[in-house]
Write a protein that binds this ligand. Structure first.
Ligand SMILES: [Zn+2]
Length: 434
């Protein structure tokens, strides 16, 4: 062999080695993939859905392997090769049916496409020892009678053999959350919405344990149908001229006062009611209140709960809405006492309610004070029963100085009269909590 040929071979060898080295440099990175598994809990059931999230920005993901090990047997739940160039991965899985109640070890491994580790790639591992529970909780209703008025409130007390993740009363399309009350005991304030088809209601206590096993049971329920008043309200030009200015901020494109009124009375009202539903979750699992709620002293009722109102303008019916509180009139700028001890969860101007204060009394029970001329409390503050929280006024959608008082159960407006009545409170609440 001539030396010229061996030089040529050597040159080709150098080229190949260089190409391989460059390829190895690109394909052979040392960064392991990222890996996380949710939910982060040590108990799981048949309905628990786990989510694996993994990523590898360099060479990409190559393999996902999920196993469950119980009593020395390892079962593959997911084992798959991933297509080249997979940078991100989200995969869901549940435990296989062959896994029985008891201890199990969940293991997840992902590997990337790096050529390192003799072509096995970089890996990330996740391991968790868990308890499998596929048995629903055993729930017993402890409270006996549930005589509930349409638009009114009921209280359910129940016990359970294990800790609950979520529980409460399902009433039509509404769900009222329950809260832990004493060891092994829960309670739930619920309501019949004023506009419910009462005869068709079949409320249920729904409870699920920490592993997500759910049970739904009925309970003794005696609903009482109530008829509500119908009322007609004249929307005068005078009213529109004096009141609509405060709402132009919400509807800058509307120029006619009656158009602003119609927007405010329907759209803004619905938005405000929706906000109160959310605010109902801002509650503490504690009964902060005691005794009947205080009614504005020396006041006359002007409008009732769930009055159906037709709004007249220029001799024509222009709107129809339901009034979800009680209007109480006293002297102008009368001091307004807190109905009961609670926590201020809202103290600001809010749409149709004007200057409004909402107090949380715990377990989802809240009271509302609207159209105030002055607010004397701040969000987050604790107020005592009878403490002055502001003064009556006519802010928001109010024709004259009065207090619009509301009671809410998990954000849904309910009949306030019940909460002023010491007999109703004793029969329907305190007697069930002893
Ligand atoms: Zn009112």
């Amino acid at each position: 062999m001539s030396s010229r040929i061996s030089y040529a071979f050597f040159f080709v060898f150098l080229l190949l080695a260089g190409a391989l080295g460059a390829l190895y440099y690109v394909k052979g990175e040392w960064n392991p993939p990222t890996l996380s598994v949710t939910p982060d809990q040590s108990t799981a059931g048949a309905s628990t859905v786990f989510t694996v999230t993994a990523a590898d920005a360099d060479s990409g993901l190559r393999l996902l392997h999920v196993t469950a090990t119980q009593n020395g047997n390892t079962i593959d739940i997911v084992k798959k090769d991933l297509p080249e160039g997979t940078r991100d991965l989200t995969e869901t899985f549940s435990l296989p049916k062959s896994i029985s109640n008891g201890a199990v070890t969940l293991a997840v491994t992902v590997k990337d496409a790096s050529w390192h580790r003799l072509g096995h790639g970089n890996r990330a591992d996740f391991k968790r020892d868990m308890t499998v529970d596929s048995k629903p909780p055993v729930v017993s209703v402890l409270s006996g009678q549930h005589n509930v008025n349409q638009g009114g409130t009921g209280l359910l007390v129940y016990s359970t053999d294990e800790e609950l993740g979520k529980s409460g009363v399902r009433m039509g399309k509404h769900f009222f959350p329950g809260y832990p009350y004493q060891p092994g005991k829960y309670l739930c304030f619920f309501a019949i919405p004023y506009n419910a088809d009462v005869k068709a209601l079949t409320p249920a206590l729904v409870a699920s344990d920490l592993a997500g096993n759910e049970v739904s049971i009925g309970f003794f329920f005696n609903p009482r149908v109530k008829a509500f008043k119908h009322d007609s309200i004249n929307v005068s030009d005078n009213f529109l001229q004096s009141k609509m200015g405060q709402f132009t901020q919400y509807y800058p494109d509307q120029t006619q006062p009656i158009d602003i009124f119609l927007k405010v009375n329907s759209e803004l009202r619905a938005k405000n009611v929706g906000y109160l539903l959310q605010l109902g979750r801002d509650t503490v699992p504690q009964k902060l209140w005691d005794g009947p709620f205080i009614r504005l002293p020396n006041s006359a009722p002007m409008a009732g709960f769930a009055d159906n109102r037709t709004y007249m303008h220029g001799g024509q019916a222009v709107d129809n809405q339901t009034h979800l509180g009680v209007d109480l009139a006293s002297l102008a700028a009368s001091p307004v006492p807190a109905g009961n001890t609670g926590r201020v969860v809202l103290a600001e101007f809010m749409g149709i309610y004007g200057n409004v204060v909402v107090l949380d009394h715990g377990f989802g029970v809240q009271s509302l004070y609207s159209h105030l001329s002055e607010i004397h409390v701040h969000k987050g503050e604790t107020v005592q029963r009878g403490q002055i929280i502001g003064k009556t006024g006519a802010t928001g959608m109010a024709g004259g100085d009065h207090l619009h008082f509301g009671m809410l159960v998990s954000g849904l407006e309910v009949q306030p009269i019940e909460w002023w009545d010491p007999h109703w409170i004793k029969d329907n609440i305190t007697s069930k909590l002893q």
